[in-house]
Design a protein around this ligand. Structure first.
Ligand code: F3S
Length: 395
């Protein structure tokens, strides 16, 4: 692999052992993939920071890198295994787990990471068209490529951490023009008007065209519908990028000479039935925020409660938001708790200790959550809208 003089210096250990280790890892993986050189990145986002995912081994690796290394570029990290900002989770988390998770987060912050704790890093720093990133959260990767036209592969935790230390990643995969061209044409005949249905469409895209770059012809979608589609596609398949007609900055019109596939209303209904494993009557709580909601969701929830004259919920609503919002929302969070709405900053139920909570079924508007809950926690899932849950369980 060709390395610049500066990259050679880092590899030779002239910027300390942590950067040397990081550069070794990036170069080795890049060489194994056949990359010809490295590229500078402007934002690194690390996933796999939950103690549930990485355990003691991962914690030791992060501590080893932190011993002499600081991030070289703007760097953020994914949600953790329990709420950040000193908030009590509405489910039990063992003390040992809390301590280890805190150590992981503290170490990342010591290395210079933004205290982010979120899977929507594009709301903290908006990616630009054509810029190179090294991101590790599958939904965020798909959003960066699809919605912003930025360039990133889906990097595993250790590689993304290494990229944060040296500010570079191998020039490979979706960093290269020719890998970003659509390979399938998906014509959507059904009307996609909300995040839940957009998620179901994403589920079909991921499970049917995993690893492809689908060109999706669909009615206009808003930002959060695209996010939901990308998250579900990246969960049900290995989808890291779509071109959505009229939305993706790299849209150059429907591709010629590729296979065409039609998705109609019946396909959407069948896919929804496949994903849904419980009814709203069985749901012990409603969860929303996978991917995270931006912090202004708090106002939206207050409006929904007011619109339906609800002062308290008989079954709670849990809402995941970025960890960085914990402090500014402290008062609103406390008020909502009294009404049965639990705002959970900086956490992700999928990588939490939820399987120990004895919950059997939940409702959600996130198809990604519906995909993972039965697999990770043995929890069945109803697909529903928050407003319907409020109407049903509000008093
Ligand atoms: Fe985010 Fe966790 Fe969902 S990282 S996208 S809340 S599975």
């Amino acid at each position: 692999m060709y390395l610049t003089r500066e990259e050679e210096r880092i590899l030779a250990g002239e910027e300390g052992p942590s950067r040397q280790l990081a550069m070794k890892l990036i170069v080795r993986v890049g060489e194994a993939l056949g990359a010809e050189r490295l590229v500078k990145v402007s934002h690194v986002h690390v996933s796999g920071v939950s103690y549930s995912n990485i355990g003691d081994y991962g914690l030791e690796f992060i501590e080893a890198l932190a011993a002499s290394g600081r991030v070289a570029v703007y760097s953020t990290f994914n949600p953790a295994g329990f709420p950040l900002g000193g908030l009590e989770p509405p489910y039990a988390v063992p003390r040992e787990y809390v301590n280890k998770q805190k150590k992981i987060i503290d170490t990342l912050i010591r290395m210079g990471f933004e205290p982010s704790g979120t899977c929507i890093p594009y709301t903290l720093r908006e990616p630009r068209l054509g810029e190179h990133l090294a991101w590790g959260e599958s939904s965020a990767v798909a959003v960066a490529n699809t919605l912003y036209g930025a360039r990133t592969n889906r990097e595993g935790g250790p590689v993304a951490l290494a990229a944060a230390l040296v500010g570079r990643i191998y020039l490979w995969g979706l960093h290269l023009d020719h890998n970003r061209r659509p390979t399938k044409l998906v014509k959507v005949g059904a009307s996609i008007r909300d995040v839940l249905t957009a998620g179901v469409l994403g589920y079909i895209v991921g499970s049917s065209f995993s690893g492809e770059v689908p060109y999706i012809e669909v009615n206009p979608l808003d930002k959060w519908q695209v996010v939901s589609l990308c998250a579900a596609a990246a969960a049900s398949g290995n989808t890291a990028m779509c071109i959505i007609k009229g939305i993706s900055p790299e849209d150059q019109g429907p591709p010629l000479g590729v296979e065409k596939v039609a998705v109609d209303r019946r396909d959407i209904e069948a896919a929804r039935e496949e994903v849904e494993t419980a009814s709203i009557d069985e749901a012990e709580l409603f969860f929303t925020g996978c991917p995270h909601h931006p912090e202004h969701v708090v106002n939206k929830i207050l409006h929904v409660l007011e619109r339906h004259g609800v002062s308290r919920l008989r079954r709670p609503i849990w809402v995941a938001i970025p960890g960085s919002a914990a402090r500014s929302l402290r008062r609103a969070i406390a008020g909502l708790r009294e009404r049965g709405v639990y705002i959970l900053p900086g956490t992700c139920l999928v990588v939490s200790t939820l399987s120990r909570a004895g919950i059997k079924a939940i409702a959600t508007d996130s198809v990604k959550t519906a995909f993972y809950m039965p697999r990770r926690h043995g929890i069945r899932v109803a697909l529903s809208f928050l407003e319907d849950f409020v109407k049903k369980y509000g008093v």
